[in-house]
Design a protein around this ligand. Structure first.
Ligand code: DI6
Ligand code: FE
Length: 403
C-alpha cells in the first residue's frame, strides 16, 4: 500500500463545485486537502490518495466552492449619498447631480477630509459584509481622492484592510474617475497629472489602473493616455466602459490588453469581438444597473457568442451601487441580465480571478492554487443565485485556514 500523503487539513463528506474546466466542475462526493495554505487535492473522494491529515473536517454533505471574488468595488470612501438618492427619487438625474457638483465630487470632498485610519474604519463594516457572504478576495479602487496624496491615502487604506481582516486585497488606481473641481475646465491638464505624477507614485501600491471613460468622465483620447501611461509603468489596466453611453471604451481597453472592461451596458458586438480577441474579461455590475434603473442591458448574447469571459461584481460604491451583497449580485445577474447559474457562479469565481490577473492563484478548486474556500449550507449550487437576501454561508477558508 502506498504511504499516506501528509496534509494540514482535509475537508471531507462534501460536494464540490470546483469551477475547473468550462462548467461548475461538480463532484458529488468530494474532498479537499490543503497543505501550507495551498490545495493539495480537490476532487472525488473515491479517487483521492490516502491522506494523513493533521485536522479532518466533516462537511456533512455541504457544498464547497472557491471563495468568492468581488473583482470591482469602491469599498474605501467616506460619507454616503443617501440624500442624493432621495433627490433622484424626486426626479433629478445622476448626470444633473454630477454636473451640479454632487455625485462623485461630493464623495471626493468627504474622502479628502478623512484620515487613512478613518477610511479604514468606515470601510471595515462593508468589508465584513462581503466576507460574511463567502468572499476571500476583494478588488478595491481609489478614485475619490483625485490628488496624488489623497489617491495614495485611499490605496494605503485599501491595503490596510487586508491586514485588518483575513482577505486578499487587489488595489486599483482610479485617479481618472472624475475631473476634480480645482481642474474644472482643464481635464487634459488633470489627465497629465494622472499620467505623469499619480501613476508613477502608485507603483507598488496599486496592482492596476482604471479610468471612467464616459461623457461625464474622460474621453476615449484621454482614457487612451491614462491606459498607455499605466502600461508604461508596468501596471495592469481595467476600464469603466459603456456604462451610460457608447464610446467604444471596451474596444479601447481591449486594444491595451486590459484585464477587464466593466459595466458594458452600451457595448456592442464590435466591442465583444475586440474583447474576445484580447482576452479582456467583461465585468458586469447588476447592482449599478438596478440602482440606476437602467433599461439597456449589457450585450450578454454577443459576449457569449464571441467567448468573452463574464465576471460579476458588486461595484460597491456610494453613488450607483450601494450594495455589499455578492449573493444578491448573483441573483440579479441571472434575473436582470439573463445569466445562467453556471455563468453567474463562474462570474464570481474563476472569471473574476481572470479579471484581476490572478487566475493562476485563485478562482478554482485545483491543486496548487491557494486554498480559499466557501462552504455552504445548500442542497445545490443554484441556491446561491436563487435566494434573495438569504445567506447560507457555513464557513470561509482563506489560505487553508477556517475564518
Ligand atoms: N461608475 C460607477 O458606477 C461608479 N463610478 C463609476 O465610474 C460611480 C461612482 C459614484 O457615483 O460615486
Ligand atoms: Fe465602478
Amino acid at each position: 500500500m502506498a504511504p499516506p500523503f501528509s496534509c494540514d487539513t482535509l475537508w471531507q463528506f462534501a460536494s464540490l463545485a470546483t469551477m475547473a474546466g468550462d462548467g461548475l466542475g461538480i463532484v458529488e462526493r468530494g474532498v479537499v486537502a490543503a497543505k501550507g495554505g495551498r490545495i493539495l487535492y480537490a476532487g472525488d473522494a473515491a479517487q483521492a490518495p490516502d491522506f494523513d491529515a493533521a485536522e479532518t473536517i466533516d462537511c456533512a454533505g455541504r457544498w464547497i466552492t472557491p471563495g468568492l471574488i468581488d473583482c470591482h468595488t469602491h469599498l474605501v470612501h467616506a460619507g454616503d449619498r443617501a440624500g442624493e438618492w432621495a433627490m433622484r427619487l424626486e426626479g433629478a438625474t445622476y448626470e444633473e447631480i454630477a454636473r451640479a457638483g454632487g455625485g462623485i465630487v461630493s464623495t471626493m470632498r468627504a474622502t479628502r477630509e478623512a484620515s487613512e485610519a478613518a477610511l479604514v474604519a468606515s470601510a471595515l463594516p462593508r468589508l465584513d459584509a462581503l466576507l460574511g457572504e463567502g468572499v476571500t478576495t476583494v478588488e478595491i479602487k481609489s478614485g475619490y481622492g483625485l490628488t496624488v496624496a489623497d489617491e495614495l491615502k485611499m490605496l494605503r487604506a485599501a491595503r490596510r484592510l487586508g491586514k485588518e481582516r483575513v482577505v486578499r486585497i487587489a488595489t486599483t488606481l482610479l485617479g481618472a474617475h472624475a475631473v476634480p473641481p480645482e481642474h474644472a475646465g482643464r481635464a487634459d491638464a488633470y489627465v497629465e497629472l494622472v499620467c505623469d505624477e499619480m501613476i508613477p507614485a502608485a507603483i507598488g501600491l496599486a496592482d492596476a489602473v482604471d479610468a471612467f471613460c464616459e461623457g461625464i468622465g474622460f474621453s476615449p483620447t484621454q482614457t487612451d493616455r491614462v491606459l498607455a501611461a499605466a502600461r508604461a509603468a508596468g501596471l495592469q489596466t481595467k476600464l469603466h466602459a459603456e456604462q451610460l453611453s457608447a464610446l467604444h471604451g471596451a474596444s479601447l481597453a481591449a486594444s491595451h490588453g486590459a484585464l477587464s472592461a466593466d459595466h458594458l451596458e452600451h457595448a456592442d458586438e464590435d466591442d465583444a469581438r475586440a474583447m474576445a480577441a484580447a482576452g479582456t474579461v467583461a465585468v458586469l455590475l447588476p447592482g449599478a444597473y438596478y440602482f440606476m434603473r437602467e433599461t439597456k442591458r449589457p450585450p450578454v448574447t454577443a459576449l457569449r457568442d464571441h467567448g468573452v469571459r463574464i465576471a460579476i461584481a458588486t461595484d460597491c460604491n456610494p453613488g450607483t451601487s450601494p450594495t455589499t451583497s455578492p449573493l444578491l449580485m448573483l441573483n440579479m445577474a441571472a434575473t436582470l441580465f439573463g445569466l445562467t447559474v453556471t455563468e453567474a457562479l463562474r462570474g464570481m469565481t474563476v472569471n473574476a480571478a481572470h479579471a484581476l490577473g490572478l487566475a493562476h492563484e485563485i478562482g478554482t478548486l485545483e491543486a496548487g492554487k491557494a486554498c480559499d474556500l466557501a462552504i455552504w449550507d445548500i442542497a445545490a449550487p443554484a441556491e446561491l443565485a436563487y435566494r434573495i437576501g438569504f445567506n447560507p454561508l457555513h464557513m470561509r477558508v482563506k489560505d487553508g485556514r477556517c475564518c
